[in-house]
Design a protein around this ligand. Structure first.
Ligand code: SF4
Length: 296
């Protein structure tokens, strides 16, 4: 991989808004002892999303049984799933007045169902606590277990999100525990089980992938019936993670979004700071994170 570009380009230098709303989200997360991928994965948008009164809940622990070379989540042996977590996520979503609730998790290769049952319980709890909200889940690959995928689909999320993250050639370097075909098969399986369920996937770029490889991944996603897409810039969490090969300029993201829409994606968000659940509510046609309290 080439030498890492020295300076962060202007389009990636963001100032994290501080203020009341940000503090409130942190308070509620603390009150219910909840994790977010926003904090665990050091997302550059956390400040903005918190300021807009939303967050992506991360269930099933803070440590992951995998060790992807781009991810800031700590690898380790997570403890048993906490049975009160689904209710706590639901209570926090209600207290924050969320209209679109996004739930993700670490990968739990140590659990028989990979944590699918816990996802299903969390979706059900949110449905009961905030019936008017839409629910998006961003799941791991459950080791390719079709029963696990079926359990999550049966709980009825509005959006089933599973990230491919990068192009197949880079999988051994970037996400050694994952499998490109297995991840595509998961998205296809969701559509087979529930054709009306919206499926979504995300890519990060700047790791040395080529234009042809990116377009080939978009075509594979469309062939698997995926209709929602996000593309964002990889940012190195620490010196222990993969170096950035390239800071991709905004105009290339704009071109990919246009190309994706031409390929039939109903939603395509592409930009240096775009992340899987960034402005996820907008994809559901919701005004940007408008919460019941009317902050917008
Ligand atoms: S599986 Fe997910 S949470 Fe775990 S290290 Fe990889 S990207 Fe991070």
């Amino acid at each position: 991989m080439e030498r890492e570009p020295a300076r962060l380009p202007s389009w990636l230098r963001v100032r994290s808004p501080l203020g009341e709303a940000t503090g409130r989200v942190r308070e509620v997360l603390k009150k219910y002892h909840l994790n977010t991928v926003c904090q665990s994965a050091a997302c550059p948008n956390a400040g903005q999303c918190f300021a807009e009164g939303t967050a992506t809940f991360m269930i099933l622990g803070r440590e992951c049984t995998r060790d992807c070379r781009f991810c800031a989540v700590r690898p380790g042996q997570p403890g048993p799933p906490n049975p009160t977590e689904p209710e706590r996520v639901a209570a926090a979503a209600r207290e924050l007045g969320l209209r679109h609730v996004v739930v993700t998790s670490v990968t739990r290769d140590d659990l028989p169902d990979g944590g699918a049952g816990h996802f299903a319980a969390t979706i059900t709890a949110i449905r009961e606590a905030v019936p008017e909200a839409t629910v998006e889940v961003l799941t791991p690959d459950f080791g390719g277990d079709p029963k696990a995928v079926a359990a999550v689909v049966a709980a009825g999320p509005d959006v089933y999100n599973h990230n491919l993250e990068t192009v197949p050639r880079l999988y051994p370097i970037v996400r050694p525990g994952a499998d490109y075909r297995r991840s595509l098969a998961l998205l296809r399986r969701v559509k087979e089980l529930q054709p009306a369920m919206r499926t979504k996937s995300g890519l990060m770029v700047g790791l040395g992938e080529t234009e042809e490889e990116i377009l080939a991944v978009l075509a594979d996603l469309r062939a698997a019936g995926c209709e929602m897409l996000t593309i964002g810039q990889y940012l190195r969490p620490s010196r222990d993670h993969l170096p950035v090969a390239e800071y991709v300029p905004p105009e290339r993201f704009a071109a990919w979004a246009e190309e994706a829409r031409a390929m039939g994606f109903s939603y395509a968000a592409a930009g240096p700071l775009v992340r899987s659940s960034y402005h996820a509510g907008e994809a559901m046609g919701l005004k940007r994170y408008a919460t019941r309290s009317g902050t917008d």
